[in-house]
Design a protein around this ligand. Structure first.
Ligand code: DGP
Length: 138
């Protein structure tokens, strides 16, 4: 399995597709998932092209996870969440659909189930507002 530089997240990184940006540094980018399974569902990705955790350089993973923690803390605060779920899939058999390494960060409320994956994009205004809520506490 090799990295395909034409994947959708590579296009976001290149600025060829829009996203609701939450955080960016030299090595990583965090932005809203367009099909959020919970309010505040954010994706954190490394800028270096890696297919998933199986081929990524450990240094890339280390830097990425520090940003995941930063976003998890901020989204817990922004959404007054009871907990934060971190998810990550490797290869189609494990549920991966976009083949650029990414970590899901989902604020969770007690008793509130995740929304099912319907393939429907969320309202852009709502995504923009949620991105701003997280950015404002970073
Ligand atoms: P997975 O590969 O199963 O870990 O999930 C990929 C996630 O990426 C899924 O929750 C939906 C999200 N997604 C797919 N296409 C786009 C896109 O163009 N922009 C954004 N922001 N998210 C996307």
């Amino acid at each position: 399995m090799t990295y395909d530089p034409n994947n959708i997240f590579a296009k976001i990184l290149a600025g060829n597709l829009p996203c609701h940006r939450v955080y960016e540094d030299e090595h990583n980018l965090a932005f809203m998932d367009v099909m959020p399974q919970a309010d505040g569902h954010t994706l954190v990705i490394p800028k270096r092209g890696s297919r998933n955790i199986l081929d990524a350089d450990p240094e890339v993973i280390g830097s990425l996870m520090a940003v995941v923690q930063k976003i998890a803390r901020a989204s817990q605060k922004a959404f007054a969440a009871d907990g934060v779920m971190i998810q990550q899939f490797n290869e189609a058999a494990a549920g991966q659909t976009v083949f650029h390494l990414h970590i899901h960060v989902l604020p969770r409320m007690t008793g509130v189930p995740l929304r099912p994956h319907t393939g429907k994009m969320a309202d852009q205004t709502v995504l923009a507002r949620h991105a701003e809520m997280i950015r404002s506490v970073l």
